[in-house]
Design a protein around this ligand. Sequence first.
Ligand code: AMP
Ligand code: ZN
Length: 467
Amino acid sequence: MSELRLYNTLSRTRERFEPLDPAQVGVYSCGPTVYSHQHLGNMRAYVFADLLKRTLRWFGWEVRHVINITDVGHLTDDADEGEDKMEVAARRSGESAWDVAERWTAIFKRDLERLRVLEPDVWCRATDHIDEQIEMIRRLEARGFTYVTADGVYFDVSKDPGYGELARLRLDEQAPGERIEHADVKRNRADFALWKLSPADGAQRQMEWDSPWGRGFPGWHIECSAMSTRYLGEQFDIHTGGVDHIPVHHTNEIAQSENALEVRPWVRFWMHGGWLMFNDEKMSKSRGSVRTLDDLIADGVDPGAFRFFLLGAHYRQQMSFTDEALQGARTAHARLLRRAAELRASEDSRGAEHVEGYRERFREALADDLNAPRALAVVWEVVRSGELGDVQKHELLSDLDEVLGLGLADAELPEGESDARIDGLVRERDEARAARDFARADALRDQLQAEGIVLEDSPDGTRWRRG
Ligand code: AMP
Ligand code: ZN
């Protein structure tokens, strides 16, 4: 049987996956910053993590999946400049930062549910884990990796010879004299905040805590190091995120964790999802070019069709969101669900001996770094197969759907649609023909054809099937 191979950003190659602990795979996915709506690009990151988790389970492993909620510390600029996104959103809406976080977290979770993303085993919020974050900063301080400025506590990247390996950053290649952000406080350009002090000018923050270094709040990266360690242990299997996380967020998570915990590698596999593009640029809130799941639903799009659309591209590929591409996915998705629903009515159980071949091809597709488009192609092969009876097809599709999450097992014919209705139309057409009302008979045939019904005239009456 094919072994699972996953692309590891650390090595830039596909590696055979084996968990550290055969009893359970630990997966941590960087979650959203809950100051606003998560758009369809964000959703792609979580559908990818869900595909990974479902695949691991289908391959027979238990999975412990953790997704965090960033509700403090993510500044408007990733390089420790700007304001906390949560505080800005609170000021704009007039709500408290806590209420803003609560509201957008609920909307985010609802959207994941609509997309059939399985609930993680652990949801964790940064604001619920301030003690763990402080503890990790203390450890780094005790080991000499930090320095304190008027602005907060910083990680000194020059103390870590392995810094930047994930992103293949070469600190020594930075142009001399290049501007260092916050030159007044940072020793090296890549140094990053572990703890930021609340502003001394009296501007009151809503979210702030006491710490050994003064009242303030954690930097963005430390939350993921602290929470993943708390829930998955000091070493774990897989960490996911978007490609934007490679050069800063994940690079800094590694530096913190490996030096605080003295483990290396801290995480075995780093996996990153590609961009969802919109109008030739990355779908992004800051560029204002976003669509949300609510927008799609308002346009009558089934969220399942969007999930199907996403599965049509490999997770690492850049993918464009266009109306035409979405429309194509909607049509194919509806056809697939309809076929799956029809299979349930049949008792034809031929072809049990062929099932394993399809399952193995599906497995091979996933084993090849989660190749969902290839896995979907196998699904269509099953649907169209002449050697499998409907009972086998339905059982097989239900099994493959454990990975795809498209609802194939319990698909139902669209409301109002039933074979009896089609039977009635076909009978009506036969009667029209018998009465030589060919105009009426043709009109009925056209209507049925438009619904994908193929008519076969035979001496003992007209038979129909779905085309
Ligand atoms: P954020 O809330 O900005 O921290 O983003 C949450 C997740 O969505 C991260 O994993 C990002 O990498 C991912 N993400 C943001 N924009 C896109 C996009 N256009 N396509 C794919 N993933 C994205
Ligand atoms: Zn993170």
